[in-house]
Design a protein around this ligand. Structure first.
Ligand code: ATP
Ligand code: LTN
Length: 325
């Protein structure tokens, strides 16, 4: 039996942070053994907000290196840059002809992002490009953070609509969200998700942060009122810190609460700061070992493999909709 496929991607639009790592990349690692995996650096998504060309190139390569340092293994998974496979934009256009304005107007990420910026057509159409990414590979499982589930649902809708109109062509994808860590919140505001486009650098811990600087961010992180260490919804700032602790140190939140009985925030934060600093030190050492040339080679091989799958799918799609061969 052929194995099922999984696909996911991250935009090279800023420094990747702990939220991207815990909420996304980390869940990809076990999937490489279970599925035929495709992990993409989605540069065409990143340009839906203005990017400096030289910086975009640098961040695209850096993001690929982060995948490798996090444990994506190119002998198991296909790692590639989205723009290296032109079929993504071709399928985007075809899906644009079946996507409805009302499908896209409901997307919360667009509503959030368009408030503060110009209303670019590309930003509005962003979820359809994401649907193209997913459907091109007959993806069964899409690992993402909670904020992306709505977009995967759009991909399901478009796949069904296409299949109904033109015959069975696309696999209907399932989103897969990890329960803990699906949404790591900002250190300066536990009501908003940790984000690389946050206004303050005290919002996030970047994977490239100096470990000492990261410790300071933890010591400065907002906390709720009260002094005991408890894990509950009405203390969202502490809950978020315990979640991070729990994921990096592989202990349950309950174990952590028990460890800090009779102790206060200061002890808890000091230990969490050490755990994060030691994680960053190890991660950055792995990253430093990956050369630009090695990463470029992985991306070239990956693009070739991805193009093989994508071009076969596009031939099928063109035929279904009646384009002349
Ligand atoms: P921005 O912060 O600029 O909105 P982003 O950090 O969401 O961007 P993306 O490239 O859009 O970055 O997201 C990459 C992946 O990381 C997605 O699967 C997303 O769900 C996940 N992710 C992003 N932020 C968090 C977070 N705070 N907690 C958990 N997962 C997150
Ligand atoms: N929109 C996603 C990134 C992304 C993606 C995908 C994720 C683009 N294409 C396909 C999963 C599958 C985000 O995280 N902002």
């Amino acid at each position: 039996m052929e194995s099922q496929r999984t696909f996911s991607g991250i935009q090279p639009s800023g420094s990747l942070h702990l939220g991207n790592y815990l909420g996304a990349i980390r869940q990809w690692i076990p999937l490489q053994d279970e599925y035929e995996a495709f992990f993409s650096v989605v540069d065409l998504h990143a340009i839906t907000v203005p990017q400096d060309p030289a910086e975009l190139r640098r961040k695209t390569l850096e993001t690929a290196k982060v995948y490798l340092a996090a444990g994506i293994d190119p002998s198991k998974a296909t790692l590639f840059v989205q723009s290296h496979v032109p079929e993504h934009t071709e399928l985007l256009w075809i899906l644009n002809t079946i996507a409805r304005m009302t499908d896209l107007e409901r997307m919360t990420q667009y509503k959030d992002k368009s408030e503060s910026k110009e209303n670019l057509v590309g930003l509005f159409d962003y979820p359809v490009l994401m649907a193209a990414d997913i459907l091109l590979y007959d993806t069964a499982v899409v690992p993402v953070g909670e904020d992306q589930v709505q977009h995967v649902e759009l991909a399901r809708t478009l796949a069904r609509r296409f299949n109904d109109r033109f015959g069975e062509t696309f696999t209907i994808p399932e989103p897969r969200v990890m329960k803990e860590g699906a949404r790591i919140m900002g250190l300066d505001d536990p009501m908003k998700k940790m984000s690389k486009s946050a206004a303050s650098e005290y919002n996030f811990i970047a994977l490239s942060d100096d470990p000492e600087a990261a410790k300071k961010k933890i010591m400065k992180a907002v906390t709720d009122s009260g002094s005991e260490i408890t894990y509950q919804d009405d203390r969202p700032a502490l809950k978020n810190l315990i979640t991070i602790y729990s994921l990096l140190d592989e202990k349950s939140p309950q174990e952590i609460v028990a460890m800090y009985q009779g102790k206060g925030y200061a002890d808890f934060k000091r230990d969490l700061a050490e755990i994060i600093a030691s994680f960053l030190t190890r991660f950055q050492a792995r990253l430093a070992h990956i050369s630009d040339d090695d990463a470029m080679k992985v991306l070239r091989d990956g693009a070739e493999k991805a193009r093989g799958v994508a071009s076969a799918k596009m031939r099928e799609v063109r035929e279904r909709i009646g384009l002349l061969p």
